[in-house]
Write a new protein. Structure first.
Length: 222
């Protein structure tokens, strides 16, 4: 797919639908790649800043896509899109955007938080969006890509039979797959946190959960 880094390539592989909306489109490259690859029929790029709005207009010119200047899902009508993506923001910001306009969220949502993915996983559980898949990019910096599908009230089966606190932090599908590069990331984070002289309550709890998860993974291998 043209002009996509590894992070957005991984996002694009999760998307195939008729109408896709990308919130915070920045440059419109994701929608352009999806359209050119035939993975979507029409795109909607939504941006709340003037320069990224103009960038997306330029890059999507001549393609079946609309570029809208709006704040989050305010630029999307209920039922207008089949799928939605938000990439490159913090988990808290993503959750706030989605919670502000729950009636406009399509049934399939692809989210790539730069930090605090646990906030996004908890949003999915509150709002009846089941976590269908998770991917982690390789490379110097790891990015988590989360695919949700609306199922309505009820427990998400992704968390069944697994340590929920750990799964929210590190991903239930990732914990089950135990991919080597993901395990290495956990070990690196554990090493970093354990060497700090002082930890706040959240970091201390995260380290405690990391220790528990890595011990369990080690026991399974032995």
């Amino acid at each position: 797919m043209p002009r996509l880094d590894q992070r957005l390539k991984c996002v694009a592989q999760q998307i195939r639908c008729d109408v896709h909306a990308d919130i915070g489109s920045d440059h419109g490259h994701l929608l352009k790649a999806l359209l050119m690859a035939g993975r979507i029929e029409r795109g909607i790029a939504i941006e709340n800043k003037q320069q990224p709005f103009l960038n997306s207009q330029r890059n999507l010119r001549g393609l079946p896509a609309q570029v809208r200047l709006a704040d989050g899902l305010a630029g999307l009508e209920p039922g207008e899109a089949d799928c939605l993506s938000i990439c490159g923001m913090g988990g808290q910001s993503i959750s706030q955007i989605l919670s502000a306009a729950a009636d406009r969220i399509p049934p399939v949502v692809i989210l790539q938080p730069n930090r605090s993915p646990e906030t996004v996983r908890r949003w999915g559980q509150r709002q009846g969006y089941r976590l269908i898949d998770e991917q982690v990019t390789t490379g110097q910096r790891a990015f988590v890509i989360l695919r949700f599908q609306h199922q309505g009230p009820g427990d998400d089966p992704a968390y069944a039979g697994i340590d929920r606190d750990a799964a929210e932090l590190f991903g239930p599908h990732l914990m089950r797959r135990r991919e080597p590069h993901w395990v290495r990331r956990l070990e690196q984070e554990q090493h970093y946190l354990s060497r700090l002289d002082r930890l706040g309550p959240d970091a201390a709890q995260r380290l405690k959960t990391l220790d528990r998860v890595l011990v369990e993974l080690s026991n399974r291998q032995n």
